[in-house]
Ligand binder design. Sequence first.
Ligand code: C2E
Ligand code: CA
Ligand code: CA
Length: 542
Amino acid sequence: MSSPTLDRVLDAVFRVNGDYAIKYISETGQRWLGSPTAQEHPRNFLTLLHTEDVGRFTDACKEKPEDFSCDVRVIKSGVECWVNVRAYRLASVDQYVLCLIDISLWKTNDAIYRHAAEHDELTGLANRGFFKKTVEAQLHAGQSTFSIALLDLDGFKKVNDTYGHAMGDAVLIETSKRLARIAGPDDVLARLGGDEFVLLLMGQDAAAAHAAVKKALLAIARPYDTAPHSAYLGVSIGIAQFPDHGEDYSTLLKNADTAMYHAKNAGKNRVSIYAADDVSVDFSIKAAMHDGIQEGEFYLEYQPQYNVQRKLIGAEALMRWTSRDFGRVAPDKFIPIVEESGLMPFLGKWALRYACHQLKKFHQKMPGFVMSVNVSPVQFGADGFDSQVMDAITETGVDPTTVILEITESTLMHSQEKTERALALLRERGIRFSIDDFGTGFSSLAYLTRLPVSSIKIDKAFVRAIEEQRTASATDMKLITAMINLAHSIDLKVVAEGVENEAQFDFLKDAGCDLIQGYLLGKPMSADAISRLLDQHEGTPA
Ligand code: C2E
Ligand code: CA
Ligand code: CA
């Protein structure tokens, strides 16, 4: 801190409670605030902030509760003053230490503080100019090794074109946050423009950079709260390493770009390292999935379903993936990628056959045991879905009336003649259908009367709303009762999922719900564990 300007920067240190109540202000801080006696100190740190900045500050805290940084305006003797706050959590006492640097000089003096010129307005990340300068400073300082990763979203144009620029912007902001979580503390993340981001990975060769950025594949593949779930985004990443792939900024960036295009051409949603002969090395979730399927990394778990007398009557098959590269990946994360990558018909077929095989074994212990299998809209839309199902049934010799296919409302909403024909055909063979996540879509019971559906599955979001006292969220509870009555009136059975406590169970039982699934009665488990449950259930009266 030898710069004469920085010497003029005033520091203040605060210690605050979890609710920002001030416990301590440093002496310099007290002078800086201009409040000479302790009595005059504000009680809560938030009251010091410009009202427009309070939300941003608390959001920054929520987003990175262990340590975060945020530029805000403090109102000091009636005058607003820009400060940079760095917060560090003291976990043992649930307090924060807030270190303030007065940056009003920087904020007002462009020559010193070029935040606006160096940052991207939309995402707040560094911009292209700042990134270039940072890399050039590294080159100048004689840095040994570092890598540049260029990240370009897959599917962004579609979101932007289909849902408009406001949603496009929201997706870019969300993307920048997800990428920021992947960047190390010394790395520099910037937005080059559009849906193109770039990451400077300090001290990392291409292999290390590769290991670091492949996390971005999963981070981006997660559904965006800001975009419809049908909008699948991915990211293609190219890596260039200094000095092997370039000794100046523009060569490095150009080669990272080449590698990124290689990743796009190889099928998107993957990482590629630059190679002079352009035989770039690939890595992708999709590749990991292909391997994973061959290596048997995918398997099924079964979550038991009970009637309201607590008799075990069936199970839902749930897909699991424990990847060598990514560890255990939640189905909410990998299913959209499977769908987008075109592997769903294959993996779905496997799940169906596997579940039927298992069901056949369960039938040795309990002949009427019912197996529910999830079917993705992608599978349903594919040609030959009905024969696929029938093949699995015939091959295993399982009774088709003990198989239930769970489909979502959106499958039906967007259903075409082909889908409806497949539905009717399978229904004729005795297979039943259940509407999954009921109540979360555009529930119109009209189409349920038209289609061969035998049950609805009330989404766990509704079940969660059932409170101990039966007073709170009365609307949700009325809604559940209404759904059950309505379903019964058109001869549909009702399953509730996500039942976690006795209060929820009692309410659903009283409301007339037919079947119960949830952690209260059983978490998803192995086939062996289900077999043991069936042994215990032997002789239980129906
Ligand atoms: P889903 O069909 O709605 O499945 C129910 C989800 O709720 C499962 O999550 C289950 O583990 C979870 N769950 C069950 N009981 C409780 C509870 O008491 N509390 C809470 N909080 N959660 C509970 P999971 O296994 O993570 O699956 C997520 C989603 O992935 C499924 O939602 C389904 O849409 C999809 N999925 C899973 N397996 C398959 C499959 O084989 N094929 C297809 N197409 N989709 C699948
Ligand atoms: Ca389901
Ligand atoms: Ca569900």
